[in-house]
Design a protein around this ligand. Structure first.
Ligand code: SF4
Length: 351
């Protein structure tokens, strides 16, 4: 049996029953693929089901507000996916009569759809024989075929794309692509692959040459940057202040509290005596209500060291036109980073 039939057979015997696997509706395939990028499947299922319930088709999604989409996305991370999804939906509504384009080449013209997502949608929803290559596929192919070219080099990308295309199952491209990814996710796992029960054991070069843990090869190792954030929760009677993050930075278009960022870890007293603090409060006086411990929040390429300084405004006003004054009882209606949601939840539990 050749490779593509063998992996397909494995898939049919081992595939997980996931909500989007009952779908070939291009819109739903698109939503599931975007949600699943950089997300664990068990975490993605709930988001997918809620998203599809609220936005059952493209025209409803295209009319949604960005705040609502970001709120639904809260906790999933990589918020550019949510913003692009909305832009993409509007683009499709306007330029493609509300229907996703039917091939990978045209799909790539939609905001947020890159090579991988275009191939996944085109193969699953439109039966186009194009390989969808994600991290799982790189790992499986590099191990079985013993390829040591780094997967993050341009040469590696070409090599794997060519190999994946040559292995493609022409009659069942969608299932074939999903089979390779599922095999990587469940069987040929990064740290503890199930080599002893593997149907590819005899032909797997990495297994035969005892190189399983060495493959795939990557060249770049990005060192995460440390950032030091001091959030100031400013309470004014029943209100608090939020600000929309509009800069090209983490959490773009989500809302957060007034923020002072320092280049190195700084004692809280020093932050409260800084010029940034003075420019926030001017002549207004505040009462310090609570100061959190240092909270360590990990993002893919950034380590955040965060403290929340909770203050109540005593005299004077917090006068900044770029902050929104909101009723604190409604704060959970705003799309905020998971870090802030966690802080608010802990605060409520602790009260
Ligand atoms: S033998 Fe091990 S490394 Fe090779 S494909 Fe199977 S699980 Fe992956």
């Amino acid at each position: 049996m050749d490779f593509s039939n063998k992996i397909l057979l494995w898939y049919r015997q081992n595939m997980r029953d996931l909500p989007w696997r009952h779908e070939s509706d291009p819109y739903r395939v698109w939503i599931s693929e975007i949600i699943l990028q950089q997300t664990r499947i068990d975490q993605g299922i709930g988001y997918y089901l809620r998203f599809i319930e609220r936005f059952p088709n493209l025209s409803i999604l295209a009319e949604a507000s960005e705040d609502e989409i970001l709120k639904m996305w809260q906790g999933l991370g990589y918020y550019s996916r949510a913003r692009n999804l909305l832009t993409g939906a509007r683009q499709i509504a306007k330029l493609h009569q509300g229907q996703l384009p039917g091939n990978a080449k045209q799909l790539k013209t939609i905001k947020g759809i890159g090579d991988y997502t275009a191939a996944a949608i085109a193969s699953i929803a439109f039966n186009e024989a194009v390989p969808a290559i994600d991290g799982n596929v790189y790992r499986v192919l590099s191990r079985i075929f013993g390829i040591e070219t780094p997967i993050d080099s341009s040469e590696g990308k070409k090599t794997f794309a060519k190999l994946a295309a040559s292995l493609m199952h022409i009659e069942h491209p969608g299932d074939y692509n999903q089979a390779l990814m599922e095999f990587g996710a469940l069987h040929c796992k990064p740290a503890q692959p199930l080599c002893q029960s593997c149907p590819f054991q005899n032909e797997c070069m990495a297994f035969q040459l005892k190189k399983v843990q060495d493959l795939p090869v990557k060249t770049k190792k990005i060192k995460p940057a440390n950032r030091y954030l001091y959030y100031i929760v400013v309470e004014e009677q029943s209100a608090v202040y939020l600000k929309k993050r509009i800069a090209a930075d983490i959490w773009k278009n989500l809302y957060d509290f007034p923020l002072i960022e320092t280049p190195v870890a700084t004692p809280v007293e020093q932050v409260m005596g800084s010029s940034a603090w003075k420019s926030l409060f001017g002549s207004a006086t505040v009462e310090i209500k609570a100061i959190s411990e240092n909270i360590h929040h990990l993002l893919t390429h950034q380590h955040l060291h965060v403290r929340f300084i909770h203050v109540a405004l005593k005299n004077g006003k917090f006068m900044h036109s770029n902050f929104l004054k909101i009723d604190k009882r409604n704060i959970f209606e705003w799309p905020v980073p998971k870090l802030i949601e966690n802080y608010l939840n802990e605060k409520i539990e602790g009260q």
